[in-house]
Design a protein. Structure first.
Length: 193
């Protein structure tokens, strides 16, 4: 599949993004709790789009309603259409998954969106593509997320630069052709033994 073309302007960026299956191990409740704390500091905080379905969908929806954040946190359910998914990435200043850094890391970098997760996030190795302060943010503790959310709102240019770095890193190191070459090199290495 070919990714939709990145927009020429960042004027349409207006939100945070969480994307993926909704289960507790990803840290979605840590994201929600920190978002609420940041909202109490700055009620003009960027909205949060949550894209995904899964076992925690109803409970997350209930949390949003109970905390009176239905006007700031939007639960969209699963999105499989590539263009619709791209729209969420294009609008995001950052993609966030506090506890787990999986496939959405490379997807985010490929859309030119910095990724925010824990330094010691659960990962299949994707987390190691995030260079703290360059193409994303690595948190030392989940409580740091509140300040990062507020920082994005006050220092948008910093995160736009991280997004440009993310896309450049992806294009130079992690496109499917790079991954294929890595696999072929590994196979050749083993077969030469």
């Amino acid at each position: 599949k070919v990714l939709p073309k990145l927009p020429e302007s960042s004027l349409d960026k207006d939100s945070f993004l969480f994307i993926g299956t909704l289960y507790m191990q990803k840290g979605v409740y840590e994201l929600l709790d920190n978002y609420k704390k940041a909202y109490l500091v700055n009620s003009n905080i960027l909205p949060l789009n949550i894209v995904g379905g899964g076992p925690e969908y109803k409970r997350i929806n209930d949390w949003i309603v109970q905390n009176s954040l239905s006007n700031k946190i939007f639960l969209h359910g699963p999105v499989f259409d590539l263009n619709e998914k791209a729209t969420f990435f294009f609008r995001a200043y950052a993609c966030i998954s506090p506890i787990q850094a999986g496939l959405s890391v490379l997807e985010s970098l490929g859309y030119g969106v910095p990724f925010i997760t824990m330094f010691d996030a659960l990962t299949g190795g994707e987390r190691f593509n995030i260079k703290d302060g360059f193409n994303g943010v690595l948190l030392k503790k989940t409580e740091d997320l509140k300040n990062v959310l507020l920082d994005v709102c006050f220092n948008k240019e910093k995160y736009l630069t991280m997004g440009k770095n993310a896309l450049e890193y992806y294009n130079n190191n992690r496109t499917p052709s790079h991954m294929t070459k890595g696999l072929i090199d590994a196979i050749n290495f083993v077969s030469d033994k």
